[in-house]
Design a protein around this ligand. Structure first.
Ligand code: GLC
Length: 584
């Protein structure tokens, strides 16, 4: 070969290296896109109503996809949109492959996905495997013992006592109170239902059920969804012998879910194998179709060790990409000390098996909103924490505005089944309606959510002041804080930086994110109702310039302002995100 040829060959080799390098990066992005993602939860019924019936719908979501682009959100997860009698607002599915009429049609869904993909937004669906609706054809056939469907659900004979009185097969109780067993006249047997009586438990010991569910996952994958939030996974299997659960001793009310220790109805080992199986299905789909990783996030309120098992088991078999971390809901509250925050954040990071991504759920459709749990003044600080911690952020719709629970919904307007069942004297604190009220877009009729005379749930009366439009126009607002946090999350230090935290006293804690060659980022929060003055110089161990990047709406500081390391002053519930640059 001549010298020239050698040069050309060399150049070609060099160029191919470049593209191999690019391919490698592309592959990495495809596999890891979810690791630092913010997943925004939409409760479709309450997001945007496009046809004036008072109920949010898919076309409504499609019409607001640009909102996510403006905000910096690139992944949304939707609570169930499938055909449903709405006994549990979509968590009771009667056709897993069709859209609930009031939400739209399959072609509306396709249009939503197409536009979302065009805008670079990934769509995640809610997959409800534990139970279907009692109006699902499977259940109707199963109740009639139709061939192939006899064992689709958990059926069991009654226990008959000495007086010949029929009773449920064991003492299990429903999450929504009362026996977990429901008598079926037609089949002359009890069926298990851990939630409302219209949500019979599917029987995963029957391979046909698993097969049917696998096909449903593939059906939606083929429609272009980027993954699934898997509902109530720790309820899927129950003890095969249906043994009575022991009494917990915490209450004498035997209809309460707290009456028993749920050792036979929750967190059974088989649940993990099921999740691992679905993870393989998703990974296989992504590999075979050369699409980015399809993600699976699992919902389980369980002990930490049980949750960690979802990431991967003792043999390293991968489960869900991440089990929701509900510590900000279940462990921390308005009374928590700075040390509690540090402790629970650290606890998750300590127990999480290496190589996985942490996640921080601040709210969802089952729990009071951030402003109502921690206090209205904490909204920005809480968003700062969750958006600057390592890993994945989860935002429930409206939390970017600091929306509040509407706890004063009358009993007559209450629609959440467990609250209705609790009756007019007890519904108020049980109801999940307060955190599900319509999105507050602007100060027009129904907060711009709908043109209907009546919306499915009343709009929070604070909407004339608390709405997106007002917050977009204001110089400072929760929304603007949230938006700047999302921008900041793109920095390498927040994506890959190390984490270290410290509580300075009972009210103030801080954590820093560091990465070689990058300016360090420090988040500092006052969770107390007192003015605080702290010296952070020991925590950041070298002389630094501190420049403020994000401030709470009521802060006395301004973005861009310099701070002294020895004297950071914080108002009650204030949060700051600060950049550290070594002093030359
Ligand atoms: C999950 C859902 C909740 C529902 C329950 C039963 O916990 O988040 O809304 O009621 O499962 O499907």
């Amino acid at each position: 070969m001549t010298l020239q040829w050698n040069l050309v060959a060399g150049l070609l080799w060099f160029l191919s290296l470049g593209s191999a390098h690019k391919d490698h990066h592309q592959q990495q992005d495809n596999e890891n896109w979810w690791r630092h993602e913010v997943f925004y939860q939409i409760y479709p019924r309450s997001f945007k109503d496009s046809n004036g019936d008072g109920i949010g719908d898919l076309n409504g979501i499609t019409s607001r996809l640009e909102y996510f682009v403006d905000t910096g959100i690139t992944s949304i997860w939707l609570s169930p949109i499938f055909k449903s009698p709405m006994a549990d607002f979509g968590y009771d599915i009667s056709d897993y492959r069709d859209i609930q009429r009031e939400y739209g049609t399959l072609s509306d869904f396709d249009a939503m996905i197409a536009k979302a993909n065009q805008l670079g937004i990934k769509v995640i669906l809610d997959f409800v495997p534990n139970h279907s609706s009692d109006e699902h054809p499977w259940f109707i056939k199963s109740a009639k013992r139709e061939a192939g469907y006899e064992e689709f659900y958990v059926w069991k004979d009654a226990k008959v006592n000495n007086d010949g009185i029929r009773g449920p097969p064991n003492n299990w109780v429903s999450v929504f109170s009362g026996s977990a067993w429901e008598w079926h006249e037609g089949r002359q047997q009890y069926y298990l239902r851990q939630f409302t009586k219209k949500q019979p438990d599917l029987n995963y010991r029957n391979p046909a059920v698993l097969q049917a569910m696998d096909e449903i996952l593939l059906y939606w994958l083929q429609k272009g969804v980027s993954g699934f939030r898997v509902d109530a996974v720790n309820y899927v299997y129950e003890d095969e012998q249906l043994r009575d659960e022991p009494v917990s001793g915490t209450t004498t009310d035997d209809s309460s879910v707290d009456y028993l220790k749920h050792i036979y109805t929750r967190n059974q080992p088989e649940n993990y194998a099921l999740i691992q199986h679905w993870r393989q299905l998703l990974d296989k789909y992504a590999a075979e179709n050369s699409v980015p990783a399809r993600v699976m996030m699992t919902e389980a309120y369980a002990d930490l060790s049980q949750l960690m098992e979802f990431y991967e088991d003792a043999n390293g078999v991968q489960g869900s990409n991440f089990p929701f971390n509900f510590d900000f809901i279940t462990e921390l509250n308005a009374d928590s000390l700075a040390q509690d925050f540090v402790f629970y954040i650290q606890r998750w990071l300590t127990y999480m098996p290496p190589g996985h991504s942490a996640n921080w759920v601040l709210g969802n459709h089952d729990n009071p909103r951030v402003a109502s749990r921690f206090g209205v003044k904490t909204v920005d600080a809480m968003n700062m924490i969750s958006m600057t911690l390592p890993g994945i952020g989860i935002t429930y719709y409206g939390e970017e505005l600091g929306m509040q629970d509407y706890r004063d919904i009358s009993f007559a307007d209450t629609v959440d089944q467990p609250a209705c069942d609790a009756g007019p004297d007890n519904y108020k604190w049980i109801s999940r309606d307060p955190e599900r009220t319509p999105m507050q877009w602007n100060d027009e009729e129904n907060a711009g959510f709908s043109t209907a005379a009546q919306t499915w749930l009343p709009v929070h009366p604070n909407y004339p002041e608390l709405n997106l439009n007002a917050q977009q126009e204001a110089i400072r607002s929760h929304y603007k804080v949230y938006q700047s946090l999302l921008k900041l999350r793109k920095s390498r230090v927040l994506q890959d930086g190390t984490f270290a935290a410290q509580a300075f006293n009972r009210g103030v804690f801080s954590f820093k994110r560091e990465l070689k060659g990058q300016p360090t980022i420090l988040t500092i929060v006052n969770v107390s109702n007192r003015y605080q003055r702290v010296d952070v110089s020991d925590f950041i161990d070298m002389p630094n310039h501190l420049t403020i990047l994000v401030v709470s709406v009521f802060s006395q500081y301004r973005v861009g302002e310099r701070l002294k390391t020895t004297e950071v002053k914080l108002s009650p519930y204030e949060g700051l995100v600060i950049q550290l640059k070594p002093r030359k």
